[in-house]
Design a protein around this ligand. Structure first.
Ligand code: HEC
Ligand code: HEC
Length: 475
């Protein structure tokens, strides 16, 4: 069910408390970092105050940077990295494996450039696959998995809020078309446009059926899935639970616990109930409140002039048709779980565990520009839409052999360019070393603007790079 978060606030009761589990921490301080569950903050159904949000995100930061150990539940000898709980046929030969995981000790092992929560080098690449059922796959050959580079997490809370509002608007358009088709007994076409981004059209019929064959750039269910470079993951919460299992073999109770698997130790590593919903919420809160990237205040006069010229060119040759400077956001209230969290995570209202926090409380949010409608302008240089990036001549992005979630192999979500100056290398595989090269790699639906770029003079191309180099993650 889709509910406006602002409406829910009134319905909520705040219950917040701190509880220390019996632990060895006090008498054995050298064991302090051994187990993440030693001190839990229990929060249920509530709107967090500024202080509570600060405490909670601090705890999330601790979990994001913690080098997890077997006492935290590291290891999944009898389970794979798959998103849906999947058993192995035989126990894993090695606990760590660069290909099938475990491939890291902490989230910050990969997301750390130029700061924690940032992107990662080629050496942090991940081999994404829907799930090997045995340890058999130890090959990096693209026929077994898709190799992806670590992208940064700055501003992801805003991205998820944008995606939720866009989804809600698209669903409203669809509902209205169905209603009108019934009411007037005729085929009712509708243009799918939200926040200025077009997702094709649909036609509703009086019997309630909908022709979805002309929907583009989004799944047919009209849910924007803003995460992963493929654009196939719905929420920070979903991604976090995937990542904990895949990278560290830590299985969140809300997905791998008794309710869905009949087992409190699904991965058979001897640790039960490894990560509570509350701890997931803390990890989500830290990520969702990360400040977005900013613009470098360039002091060099020649650079400044080139960058402002470059930004004009960037718009005029068609780059900004996908890499849109701003998308407008109505509300900065972040609810977790969100309205789109319907599978593989706790759902809104379940377990009495829904949190709401206002990103507007954060210093960085106060600096974001607003438009005349009072909407916050999120400067992401993206549009949360997927495009085909490959054609017969320009096919560098066509390097994946396995379609993830049945999205065509050459199709990717527009990369958000905020922070691009701080996150080399480039491209979804992180195998492109310069901005000039990654721009020239644009084929398919981006071919026109790429050809416009190639046709520019050296100086003009340079100015576009000068502009992109101002989109930084503040250190
Ligand atoms: C081994 C490296 C590695 C580790 C460890 C890692 N990540 Fe990631 N992360 C990635 C890669 C690679 C991607 C991009 C995946 C893709 O595009 O398919 C990513 C993407 C993400 C995204 C989506 C960002 C976006 O804008 O699309 C989130 C959220 C995320 N990671 C959270 C986490 C959390 C939370 C942890 C710890 C539990 C974690 N990651 C641990 C490599 C890593
Ligand atoms: C049709 C939509 C579209 C247009 C037009 C487009 N891009 Fe892109 N851009 C994308 C997509 C999708 C990606 C992600 C490609 C990948 O890595 O799979 C991307 C990636 C990039 C990247 C690399 C991002 C990263 O994190 O590695 C840069 C830089 C970039 N684009 C700049 C440009 C410039 C400059 C132009 C104009 C010449 C342009 N783009 C035109 C869709 C577009």
């Amino acid at each position: 069910m889709l509910v406006n978060p602002a409406l829910k606030i009134g319905m909520m009761i705040l219950v917040i408390g701190f509880s220390s589990k019996p632990s060895s921490a006090s008498d054995k301080p050298w064991l302090n970092d051994e187990n993440h569950t030693q001190q839990d903050i229990f929060i249920s159904n509530g709107i967090l105050s500024e202080n509570e949000l600060r405490d909670f995100t601090q705890r999330g930061f601790g979990l994001f940077t913690k080098k997890f150990t077997t006492r935290d539940g590291v290891g999944r000898p009898m389970a794979t990295q798959a998103i849906i709980p999947t058993k192995r046929k035989q126990p894993a030969v090695n606990m760590f494996s660069r290909i099938t995981g475990l491939d890291a000790n902490s989230c910050a092992s990969c997301h750390n450039e130029p700061i924690i929560g940032g992107a990662g080098n080629f050496s942090t690449n991940v081999f994404v696959s829907e799930g090997f059922t045995s340890q058999g796959s130890d090959s990096t050959d693209p026929q077994f998995s898709n190799e992806r580079n670590t992208n940064h997490l700055m501003g992801v809370g805003l991205v998820e809020l944008l995606a939720r509002e866009m989804t809600l608007e698209l669903h409203t358009i669809r509902s209205k078309a169905i209603r009108d088709a019934k009411k007037y007994s005729r085929a009712e076409p509708a243009v799918l446009i939200t926040k200025g981004v077009r997702f094709g059209t649909l036609t509703a019929y009086p019997d309630g059926l909908v022709d979805i064959s002309r929907i583009v750039g989004i799944d047919d269910d009209l849910v924007i899935r803003p995460f992963s470079q493929k654009g196939v993951i719905t929420s920070i919460r979903q991604f976090t639970i995937n990542a904990l299992n895949s990278h560290s073999g830590i299985q969140a109770t809300e997905r791998f616990g008794v309710r869905w698997t009949g087992n409190s130790d699904f991965d058979e590593d001897g640790a039960a109930s490894e990560f509570s919903p509350n701890e997931i919420s803390a990890l989500v809160a830290w990520q969702a409140t990360l400040p977005p990237p900013t613009r470098l205040n360039v002091s060099n006069i020649r650079w400044r002039a080139a960058a402002s010229q470059g930004e004009i060119k960037f718009n005029s040759i068609g780059c900004s048709s996908c890499h849109q400077k701003y998308l407008p956001l109505d509300s900065l209230m972040f609810s977790d779980p969100g309205q789109m969290d319907v599978a593989g995570t706790i759902r809104p209202g379940e377990n009495g565990s829904e949190l709401v926090y206002n990103l507007e409380l954060l210093e960085w949010a106060k600096k974001l520009p607003k438009n005349e409608l009072g909407q916050t302008l999120v400067p992401l240089f993206g549009d949360l839409k997927r495009y085909n990036m490959v054609d017969a001549e320009v096919s560098i992005f066509g390097n994946e052999l396995i379609s993830q979630r049945f999205v065509e192999r050459g199709v990717f979500m527009t990369a958000e360019l905020w922070g691009i100056a701080s996150t080399a290398p480039y491209g979804h595989r992180g195998d492109i070393t310069t901005l000039d090269e990654v721009i020239k790699a644009h084929g398919g639906e981006s071919r026109n603007s790429r050809d416009n770029y190639v046709a520019l003079s050296n100086g003009e191309r340079d100015s576009i790079i000068a502009f992109l180099k101002t989109l930084v993650i503040e250190e």
